[in-house]
Structure formats: C-alpha cells, structure tokens
Design a protein around this ligand. Sequence first.
Ligand code: ADP
Ligand code: MG
Length: 699
Amino acid sequence: MDPLQTSIEYLKGIGPNRAILLREELGLRTYQDLLHFFPNRYIDRSRFYPLNELPKNNAEVQIKGEIIQIKTVPMKRGKRLVAHFSDGNSTLELVWFRGHKWIQEQLKINTPYVAFGRLSWYGNKPNMPHPELTLATEYEATKMGALHPVYPSTEKLINKGVTQRIMKQMLYNLFQITGNQFQENLPDYLLKELQLISRKAAIINAHFPKDTETLTQAQRRLKFEELFYIQLQLIQKNRLQKQKIKGYVFEKVGATFNTYFNHHLPFELTGAQQRVIKEIRHDMGTGKQMNRLLQGDVGSGKTIVALLSMLIANDNNFQSCLMAPTEILATQHYQSIREALGGMEINVALLTGSVKGAERRTIFEALAEGSLHLLIGTHAVIEEKVQFKNLGLAIIDEQHRFGVAQRAKLWKKNTLPPHVLVMTATPIPRTLAMSVYGDLDISIIDELPPGRKEIKTVLRTDAKRLNVFQFIKEEIAKGRQIYVVYPLIQESEKMDYKDLMDGYESLARTFPLPDYQISIVHGKMKPADKDYEMQRFVSGKTQIMVATTVIEVGVNVPNASVMIIESAERFGLSQLHQLRGRVGRGADQSYCILMSGNKRSQEAQTRLQTMVQTNDGFEIAEVDLRLRGPGDLMGTQQSGVLQLKIADLLKDQEILKTARYFAKKIVEMDPDFAAIEHQRIGQTYAKITAHKNIWNYIS
Ligand code: ADP
Ligand code: MG
C-alpha cells in the first residue's frame, strides 16, 4: 500500500483519540491529508526578546528562560495557574485559566523553555496567558525554519489539548518518516521554464519555511501544480468527450439561412456575433457533438445567434428547440422568432405548461412526424413525452436557471445527441469560467450592438422619491415606459408582497387613470394573468410595469427606458445587472434608479456603487466574485471543483492562466503523455483520475 495512505492514528504522539478528533474537526485521515493541510499563516520566530526589552503592547513574542516557581491563585470564580518565568535578568508571569491540572503536571522547574504567546500588561507587569511552551532541547531538535506555521484549528481541538505545538510536532514527525518521498510530478522543462522549485522543497517549505522568500516560491509551485492538474483534467475530459460523442454533421448552410440572412435580417451583425456564429457553424460541421457555452452581456444580441444556428439545423433537415426559464420569456422568444421568420416556410410552435389538450397533442404529433421544425418553450420541452423526429440542436437560454441535471436530459432523446448551445447573460469571471466550465467550449459576445447609449445609473434615497416621480412623469410624457421592481425574498415573502402592493397603490395615486395605465406582475398571479399584464406593457398600452423579479430574465421592451429598483440594497449584484439590462434596448437614453434607505451594509454599499460606476457585466462579475467568493457564486453544484487546498481563484488568476496555457499545450502536443518528458504527468494523471481528488495522488 501507498505509505501515505496510512492513518494518522499511527503517527507518533497521536493515537486513536486524537485521530478521531482530527478527522471530525478538520477532515484529516491519512498522512497525505496532513501533508496537504497547509498553514493559513506563519509567525516569524527568528527573534527572542530579552524580558527587559519586551514591547509595551499586546504583540506576540518569543522568549527564552526557566520557570522558577509555580502557584495557583484563587479568583472570584475558580483559580488560575501562574508560573514565574525568568531569563536571568527579568521575570514575567505565564498564566493559565483552564486546564491547570494537566499543565501543572507537565511543567518542569529550572529547565530551559521557549515560550511563545501574546503579551498582556498589568501596569508595568507583563504576563503571557496560555503560552505555547516547548522545552528548549526539543525546540532546538525540531527546529526547521525561522517561520513557524499556524494551522487552521477549532475551539474543540484547542480545548482537548491539540495545540499548535502538537500540530507542528505532528507534521515534523511526519516529515521524519516521509521526508524523501515526494516525487516530482512536473516535467523538468516546465520547472525550468517557470522557475518552479522542486516538489519536495515546496512541500517542506510550505510547512516549515526557511524564510519568506522560500515560502513564496513553495506556495507558487504548489498552486501551479494544483491548478495545472485541474486544468489538465478538464481539457482532457473535453477532448475525450469530443472523441467519444459523435454528433450530427451539418454540412451546409442552405436556403433558409441564406434567405433570412440576405432578406430578413433587421440589422447588421456585430463583429462578435459574426465570430460566434462562425464558431458554432464550425462545431456543428465536425461530426462531433457541439457543447458550447455562449456568454454575452444582457442586450448583446444572443437571440439572433440562436435563431441563425437553428436555421442551419433546419437547412440540414434537423429540428431544433429553444428552451427558456420562464413562460414569459419563452413566449417572447416565440413571438419574435415567428415574426422574424414571417413568410418563410418554417413551422414554429410554443410549448409551455399552459399549452394543453388538443393544441398540445397537435404539437406532439407534428414533432414526431417532423413537420414541426422549431420548438420553443419552457421545461415542458424536455418532458418525457416530447419526442422529436430528429432533434439536431438544443439551445438553452439563461442557463443559470437550469440545473446541470436538466442539461443532461437532452442527451437521451435521440440515438445521437443533439448539438447543445447554452446561452447565459450572467457573465462569469473568466478565471472562474475556466475552472468550472473548462470542459465546455466557450464563446463570448463582448460587443454591444452599435448606437447603444450607456445606461445612466443613480442611487437615490427614499427622501428623494418625489423627484423620482417627477422624473417618471417627464419620461412618460416623452412616450417612454417605466419598470418599478420590488425584491422578493422567500423568508419574508408576506412583507415583500405588502411592500409591492403599497408601492403599487402609491404609484396608482400619483399616476391616476385615465391618463396613466399601470401593469402589475408578480409570482402569485396565474400564468394567464401574468401574460395578459405583460402583453399590455409590451404593446405599450400601459406605461408603468410594477413587478417582482419575475421580469428579471430576458424580457425585451425596447421602448422602456427607466428601471427603478426598490430596496436595491437587498438585491445581489448579478440580479441588479440583469434588471438594469431590461432598459437601454432602444436608441433612447435609458436610466436605472436604485432606491435605497440610508441604512445599508458595507457590502451592499459596494454593490450599489459598482452599479453606479460601471455597465460592464464582466467587471461586475469580478466584483461579485470578490464579494461572495467562488463557491457561493456558482452554487453548490459546481463547488467541488472549487475546493482548492492552496490556490485561490481570486488571487492566483495569473498562475491559473499559465497553468491552463501549459495544460492545453501539452494535451495538444502529446495527448497520451507518451513522450519521455511527460512520463511524470502521465503517472500523476492516472492516479488522479483513479482517485478523483486532485490531492490524492502523491506517492
Ligand atoms: P440578449 O443577448 O440579452 O438576449 P437580445 O438578443 O434580446 O439580447 O437583443 C437585444 C436587442 O438588440 C434586441 O432588440 C435585438 O433585436 C437587438 N440587436 C441584436 N443584435 C443587434 C445588432 N447586431 N444590431 C442592432 N441591434 C441588435
Ligand atoms: Mg436573451
């Protein structure tokens, strides 16, 4: 057996009880776990303070001396243990408030000790509560570097006597046993080119750094290694998937595409749209299944890309489907696509939960016999009963609303899987996308259609509400439409609905009939009522739309030019950005007004300020990542990929890019790691894929 798979129970000084404790508290089971249990900080212990030169503050200091006397001192409740510690010139009191008995038994009088801890002062008298005490002889024998590691720990571990000293001792003992067994797992040429230190030196110095310089090098080397092997797996997975999963070959771009493109396209495509369509066309022609993620900020024009892709499928005699997360959005896609294809011989249908009875049956039949070319809908599209004759392309809009499991469902519908295009308007920071979707191909629309004006965003307190109303009036007078959005958070749903209704009533008083018409849409309404209200707004019959976040995703009303977000401090950044994206879709100057009380957290303040400062979805995504951390941002589904031992997706973006670059290059050059210089990679890769966990491979 691999010696590093030994249970930590067998490590000197641990035993079964501490082993259980370490497993429960920190998830440490094996020698290997311990080796990759990295300190979260280091303390400089190169210096010893003479007791008469101690800093007069609460610094952490290291001192040398002997205990000359021990006593217990009664307190109001319980008692404390006090040891007089002397370095020959001055003294200081070491103090314990708990665990006396056990400590008193251990303490040796008139024996040299090294003590480390935080000073506390009573007037001119220094003392050091709960010091880390090490016999000077032991300290010398196990000294590894000037910087001492501080490991993550828990209250329980400390109370049960598993102190930092014990942890360090544990690692020290482990190095004694295994010190020479850390085999290099990166090719020499990479180490040389990137100036990375050896694996062995890196692991030792990550725990017991010789100095800060070496520590930095050790961390850099281990971070690179961790990220490199994650990227290698993702890239390899993507390559193998492509090899394995055959796809339909869409050979030609034919009549429907060309007719639409030459005669019906209402605008010129942006450069980014053209590039992305080329990428998609290429993918669908290779004979492998396409698995592509299309990222593009709100309003960047993803729908037309979807439509043109579906036309290519149609030209090759395949059906396509387009799935949207909400009924409103599906309906809107359906209407605009039908309009776009008006006069062309393509059959389009809408399938949602509310399509029932004969209408539903007709759709099912037409799908099965192939006379229906294009199906647009909600989740209903992937229900078991829906059988396509030959589904060639499946497009998922706003993918963050669909789980990965649902994405997988589409695979099983046919003998060959359809090509899959996933579109998202929630920009994911590039580094995160690389880590989480590293196995998908990614297209980015990084250009907005021409003539778009920046949406002006302002922050207003409730005190300014009258001014805001006045502004609404002026915009309506110019013929524009207005959104007013209220937060809806599950926990306080009742309160939220009250806010929404109060807001609606107050608006209705300020903007009375018959001059003004107001729509209201929220989650508690029946779908048919929602649609009716939505439709009134879309068609311009109503000037104001009061809504909860049901309108968040994808709705397109180019004439709407003002987005008012109530209690904006309660929305997350990506949600705010999505909401703002509902305006600024036409040629007029648009506005986003963030309403907020005066009281808000630091984090909420940062969110609102970010919204005021920038319209760039990627920039906003970066801030969001910084505020929330990668795990939270992606949801728990993908968080597995993000549980890194040493690298940090935020701070180590440069290392990640380098790691990805080399992983890609190596897979392209030598996919089976057959070259002699890639032997180490091949062996390590085999172990990782056998063990799943990146860090489980070390021999
Ligand atoms: P999203 O990427 O958010 O789904 P849409 O596809 O809904 O964006 O497009 C937003 C608006 O921009 C639509 O009104 C669409 O017709 C328009 N649009 C898209 N591409 C272009 C373009 N190249 N030139 C001008 N307008 C465009
Ligand atoms: Mg869209």
